[in-house]
Design a protein around this ligand. Structure first.
Ligand code: FAD
Length: 250
């Protein structure tokens, strides 16, 4: 089945991310030794301290906590958008080393929900178009010398934005906050928005004090989108609240 859906896993993260951020911040305001600072940090302190830190915009301590995600079932269109986030590290499946027709199957692809919602005929038409592109890809790959790095790298030019990719992405907490602010917003494109909300859920599970107020601007204040606002801040706040409730039950 070549159709894929976005899936995100939190692979690794800085051990004790909240403690690490709080320690880095406390050090800025204290004359104590690092050992004494470590001993002086208790759990309730950490959550309060992180909240204060966020409220006055002291953002650099959040850079000490890193989170690594595995993202698959997403399109090359998503890849173009997510890699615009420069404060991040990416490793992406190669279209040169990995042929798109491995095992003779059609390449995997994403079907936009709006096309799925149009019904069976629209979906069949879309799948047929993908099958045609697959044929073109294989045709060029053969003409260019068969499945190898050299022919894959040119045959891929006929692949669509819908073609699946997968990646490992690492961001620190500060960069993630910016990412959630931009990409959980209803103004963001649906696929990256879906991935961003999945990522937010995963980090909330391990660092709620850091990410508790994260999401688009309207989650904690006014919408920042001006004339382009979706006009649905209450709906977005409810969505974020529901996510917090779901995560806190676990
Ligand atoms: C709804 C939406 C629509 C978009 N539409 C388009 C579009 O039509 N065309 C398009 O090209 N892009 C578009 N983008 C991408 C957008 O312009 C950003 O490139 C992308 O969101 C990455 O955000 P960022 O720069 O804040 O993140 P990062 O690259 O991770 O940077 C994080 C922060 O670091 C600082 N920073 C990083 N690099 C620099 C630098 N060189 N100079 C100064 N400060 C820096 C900034 O404060 C920045 O916010 C869109 C994004 C969204 C959310």
């Amino acid at each position: 089945m070549p159709q894929v859906k976005p899936s995100v896993k939190l692979l690794e993260y800085t051990p004790n991310p909240e403690r690490t951020v709080a320690l880095a911040a406390k050090l800025c305001y204290s004359d104590a030794t690092i050992e004494n600072l470590q001993e002086g940090l208790d759990k309730s302190d950490i959550a309060k301290f992180i909240q204060r830190l966020r409220s006055f915009g002291h953002a650099s301590p959040f850079e000490h906590a890193n989170f690594t995600f595995g993202i698959e079932g997403v399109s090359r269109s998503l890849l173009a958008q997510i890699t615009r986030h420069r404060i991040a590290s990416f490793s992406v499946k190669s279209q040169r080393y990995v042929p798109a027709n491995k095992g003779g199957d059609t390449f995997n692809y994403v079907i936009p929900e709006a096309i799925e919602a149009m019904g069976k005929d629209a979906v069949e038409k879309y799948k047929k178009q993908m099958a045609t592109l697959h044929e073109w890809y294989t045709e060029w790959q053969t003409a260019l010398g068969g499945a190898c790095e050299k022919s894959n790298e040119d045959a891929r030019f006929v692949l669509p934005n819908a073609a699946e990719t997968k990646m490992v992405v690492t961001m620190n907490a500060r960069s993630l906050m910016n990412f959630f602010n931009l990409r959980c917003c209803n103004r963001a494109q649906w696929e990256i928005r879906d991935v961003a909300w999945q990522m937010l859920k995963l980090v909330l599970e391990v660092a709620p004090a850091i990410f508790g107020n994260c999401g688009p601007a309207c989650v904690s204040g006014a919408c920042s989108e001006g004339k382009m606002t979706c006009g649905r801040p209450l709906e977005v706040r409810e969505k974020q609240k529901a996510l917090l409730a779901e995560v806190s039950k676990k």
